[in-house]
Design a protein around this ligand. Structure first.
Ligand SMILES: Nc1nc2c(c(=O)[nH]1)N[C@@H](CN(C=O)c1ccc(C(=O)N[C@@H](CCC(=O)O)C(=O)O)cc1)CN2
Ligand SMILES: NCC(=O)N[C@@H]1O[C@H](COP(=O)([O-])[O-])[C@@H](O)[C@H]1O
Length: 192
């Protein structure tokens, strides 16, 4: 069975949906066996604890300029890494250890509204301020740059004149929860 590590920094609603998909019998292909977080006290740590999944809280210097915690991931038999609201740049040490095995979800239709500083509410604020007519999600491979890796999947939603960053965030979360677990499963099947 494929062992997934989910990396997250915040509330963990996507992590929860991914855990529900892979760890409650819906999938025999893979399981989430580790949740990695860079923010002590983040909600995703409670999501993991509630699901009985081990957690690893990482430190900035070692992650960004050290070994990227690759030894820990390998010791736990991790085969594939899923970023779900993780807010640090993944270093090349980790990318090189998991080629085409690290994916991310971005809450906009890349290549627009991506890059450094474009995360969480900042994305929705920019999209609404620009009076975009649509937004959506992008699931992509992770390379050494922010939001630059090959696109795997996109889904869109309308942005109405009445939308606020919060109402748009709600629409985006619904798209994420609907598609991310299924896209991961499909990708794992295709990779074989
Ligand atoms: N090597 C890569 N690492 C990461 C990617 C990626 O595509 N390649 N995606 C991000 C997720 N992300 C957008 O989807 C993203 C997250 C955070 C930032 C950002 O600007 N972060 C701040 C720090 C924020 C904090 O520490 O609280 C920064 O770098 O100054 C941009 C995009 C995950 N990693
Ligand atoms: N650029 C990265 C980024 O903004 N990621 C976004 O962080 C949120 C995490 O929510 P969650 O903690 O409830 O899953 C998600 O909307 C995800 O797309």
């Amino acid at each position: 069975m494929i062992q997934l590590a989910v990396f997250a920094s915040g509330a963990g609603s996507n992590a929860r949906k991914i855990i529900e998909h892979f760890n409650t019998g819906a999938s025999t292909l893979a399981q989430v066996s580790l949740v990695v977080c860079n923010k002590p006290g983040a909600g995703v740590l409670q999501v993991a604890a509630d699901a009985g999944i081990p957690t690893l809280v990482i430190e900035r210097e070692r992650f960004l300029r050290g070994d990227g915690y690759v030894p820990e991931l390998q010791a736990k038999g991790i085969n594939f890494v899923v970023l779900a609201g993780f807010l640090w740049k993944v270093p090349t040490t980790l990318i090189d250890a998991y080629p085409r095995k690290i994916v991310n979800i971005h809450p906009a239709l890349l290549p627009k509204w991506g890059g450094k500083g474009m995360y969480g509410a900042f994305v929705h604020q920019a999209v609404v301020a620009a009076a975009e007519k649509e937004s959506g999600i992008t699931i992509h491979y992770v390379d050494e740059h922010y939001d630059h890796g090959d696109t795997i999947f996109q889904a869109s939603c309308p942005v109405d004149a009445s939308d606020t960053p919060d109402s748009l965030a709600q629409k985006i979360h619904e798209l994420e929860h609907e598609h991310y677990p299924r896209v991961i499963e499909q990708l794992l099947r295709e990779q074989g």
